[in-house]
Design a protein around this ligand. Structure first.
Ligand code: S3P
Length: 183
């Protein structure tokens, strides 16, 4: 499969709390790829936390930084990339994501809520009703996440290693045999 992939990057998309970083790290290891997280890269290059950027500059500035790091990453090969949950909002970002294979980690909203209810690092969830907020965000984004090349549904209790096995099994089904890209 590594041969068929030809080093194209794998972009994990999905809501916050869907496990993009945990699964991405494991997947990268299995594929002999490097791993990168767009939020981490933004924090490293700006020397600021995501919360701080949202609080002082606002979401629009954060989204610009996000597009910038994505455009830089897509110049490289052999990366598994965990993207921020809102990366799919900008049409421009799709032209970067489409350089590689896009995998949507689809986790039920109640499970996202369970994973994130104590979390203070997601500015968009600092809201009186975070469950409602997650539902609203997913409703706005679902049709965009749906444009991924592959959807992986993860139920409550889904073990990351098993999700990675599932991904590895499904990747060949969307690769054209002996060709240069996706079906
Ligand atoms: C966001 C998700 C976060 C981060 C920022 C905005 C979103 O990333 O980029 O807080 O709009 O869903 P994770 O999906 O890694 O939590």
């Amino acid at each position: 499969m590594q041969e068929q992939l030809k080093g194209i990057n794998i972009y994990l998309i999905g809501m916050m709390g869907s496990g993009k970083s945990t699964i991405g790290r494991l997947l990268a290891k299995q594929l002999g790829y490097r791993f990168i997280d767009t939020d981490d890269l933004i924090s490293q290059t700006t020397h600021r936390s995501i919360t701080d950027i949202f609080a002082t500059e606002g979401e629009a500035v954060f989204r610009e930084l996000e597009s910038q790091v994505l455009s830089e990453i897509c110049a490289y090969k052999k990366f598994v990339v965990a993207t921020g949950g809102g990366i799919i909002l900008k049409q421009m970002n799709w032209s970067y994501l489409r350089h590689g294979m896009i995998i949507w980690l689809n986790v039920p909203v109640e499970e996202l809520y369970n994973r994130l209810k104590e979390d203070q690092t997601r500015p968009l969830l600092q809201h009186p009703d975070p469950l409602q907020q997650l539902q609203t965000l997913l409703k706005q984004r679902q049709s965009l996440y749906n444009q991924a090349d592959l959807e992986i549904t993860i139920n409550a209790g889904g073990i990351p290693q098993q999700v990675v096995i599932q991904i590895l099994e499904k990747i060949p089904t969307i690769l054209k045999p002996q060709s240069h890209g996706l079906n």
